[in-house]
Design a protein around this ligand. Sequence first.
Ligand SMILES: Nc1nc2c(c(=O)[nH]1)N(C=O)[C@@H](CNc1ccc(C(=O)N[C@@H](CCC(=O)O)C(=O)O)cc1)CN2
Ligand SMILES: Nc1ncnc2c1ncn2[C@@H]1O[C@H](COP(=O)(O)OP(=O)(O)OP(=O)(O)O)[C@@H](O)[C@H]1O
Length: 195
Amino acid sequence: MEGRMGKQTKESLRRFFTEKRNQLDPKIVRNTSAKIVQHLLHHPIYQNSNTLMVYLSFRNEVDLTLLIENAWQQRKKVIVPKTNPTNKQMVPYFIQSWNELEEGNYGILEPLICDKNPFPIDQIELVLVPGLAFDQEGYRLGYGGGYYDRFFDRYRKLPYLIGVAYDFQLVQHLPRDDHDYSVNEICTEKGCIKL
Ligand SMILES: Nc1nc2c(c(=O)[nH]1)N(C=O)[C@@H](CNc1ccc(C(=O)N[C@@H](CCC(=O)O)C(=O)O)cc1)CN2
Ligand SMILES: Nc1ncnc2c1ncn2[C@@H]1O[C@H](COP(=O)(O)OP(=O)(O)OP(=O)(O)O)[C@@H](O)[C@H]1O
């Protein structure tokens, strides 16, 4: 049911935002990520969540390293997704240190799962969602794998979703498909916007 135009538009937007993000200086990535993490650390939803799903940044995404370390210090449960490229599913795992990660699919750090079971998705209270861009209503442009949309499909009641982005990744309106989910709030270096 995806119109040809819609698909082309998402593709060209992906190229545009990928290009813009690739051009960020590593120092800017570091400093801006630190600001965004500060906003997240002060967020009451973060402070009140005992269990949160994060992502491990790649390709100049907003870096959540400092938040993950804070979460461990606060004795929160940190959940990390492992991708299955065959069925495009993300499976969540509980991790307690950087040692429990290895380079996985797409060059993203993923949980080592040797003796582990997936974490029950209903116990996740907050999901920090990466994206190439977000719009005013919280819709998201991802890499086109549909991983997060398929993951959210598994919920009866969604956890709280916070989109994490640089300010330049906010746009007025993105093309959307029926399967797309929107986030509840977007946090950038300028602060968090509840939708
Ligand atoms: N840090 C992080 N982790 C994440 C995501 C994310 O956006 N950020 N994901 C969010 O979904 C999932 C991974 N999704 C991905 C989907 C596609 C590609 C990718 O490289 N796609 C190719 C094009 C492939 C094709 O068109 O066949 C590319 O971009 O070159 C990478 C990750 C799970 N983990
Ligand atoms: N819930 C779903 N069930 C089945 N197919 C889906 C679902 N969500 C997305 N897809 C398919 O996956 C593909 C990518 O979807 P979309 O363009 O929304 O990805 P994205 O959200 O940008 O990617 P990602 O979540 O990996 O960052 C599309 O072909 C879409 O039809």
